[in-house]
Design a protein around this ligand. Sequence first.
Ligand SMILES: NC(=O)c1ccc[n+]([C@@H]2O[C@H](COP(=O)([O-])OP(=O)(O)OC[C@H]3O[C@@H](n4cnc5c(N)ncnc54)[C@H](OP(=O)(O)O)[C@@H]3O)[C@@H](O)[C@H]2O)c1
Length: 232
Amino acid sequence: MEVNDRVVIVTGASSGIGAAFARLAAGEGARLVLAARRTERLEALAAELPGALAVTTDLRDPAQVRRLVAAAAEAFGRVDVLVNNAGQGMHVPVEEARLEDLQAIVELNLYGPLVAMQAVLPLMRAQGGGAIVNVSSNTTRMVIPGIGPYSATKCALNQLSATARAEWAADGVVVSVVHPSVTATEFHQTLRAGAMRGGGRLVPEAPEVVARAILEAIRSGAAEVVVPPKQT
Ligand SMILES: NC(=O)c1ccc[n+]([C@@H]2O[C@H](COP(=O)([O-])OP(=O)(O)OC[C@H]3O[C@@H](n4cnc5c(N)ncnc54)[C@H](OP(=O)(O)O)[C@@H]3O)[C@@H](O)[C@H]2O)c1
C-alpha cells in the first residue's frame, strides 16, 4: 500500500522512530494521527505536519487505545494504516527481573498493540483492507544475555503478529513486523529497569533508517523487515 492520502495512526510519535516515521509518511502525503503521552511534543509535531491530529494516549490503558482509534475514525472517516511503535525496554538479567516491571512493559509492548489491532480491524475490514506494522526488535532473532525480559515481550509480539497476519489475510488486512537494531533514540535513557550493557561495538542506526523500513513494510506487505545492526 502507498501511504499517499491514507490515514495513518502512529503510536510512540513523540520521539525517536515514531516521530521520524510520522515526518517521512507526512512527506509522502499521509494524514497522520499521532499518539503518545507527552501532549506538548505531539502537538509540536502535529503543527509541523499538514492536517495531522495529536491524540494524547497512554497505550497501557485499553480504554485510551480504543479512544485513539475512535478519534482517528471520527476525524478522518477511516483508518488505513496502524503503526504500533510505542515501546519500552527493560535491560536486566533474567535472575533480576521484577514482575511489576515486566508487567508494565508487557502492557505497553504487547497488550497495547493487541488492543489497537483489535480496534482497527473492524474498520479495515469494512474498508476492504489495511496495513498494520508492529515494531519489534532484532534482539528477538538472537539470544543476548541481559535483555531477556524485554526481548520476551517482543517475541510474544512477533507471534501475535504472525498469527494475526494469517487470520486476517482473507480480509485484506496485512500485518507486518519491523525489527530495528540499536537505534539512536531516547530508548536507552527511558528503560523501565536496568541499563544498556555490552552494546559498545554497535553504532546506533539513525531513526530515519528505521522509519524507511516501516514505510517499506507498508508498501511491500512483507511479513518481516529487518534493519541490520551497524558494525564499527
Ligand atoms: N532504540 C532502539 O535501540 C530500539 C531497538 C529495537 C527496537 N526498538 C523499538 O522501537 C520502538 C520505538 O522506540 P524508540 O527507539 O523510538 O524509543 P523512544 O525514543 O524512547 O520512543 C518511545 C515512544 O514510546 C512512547 N511511549 C512510551 N510509553 C508509552 C505509553 N505508556 N503510552 C504511550 N506511548 C508511550 C514514548 O512517548 P511518551 O513518553 O510521550 O508516551 C515515545 O514516543 C519501541 O517499540 C522499541 O522497543 C528500539
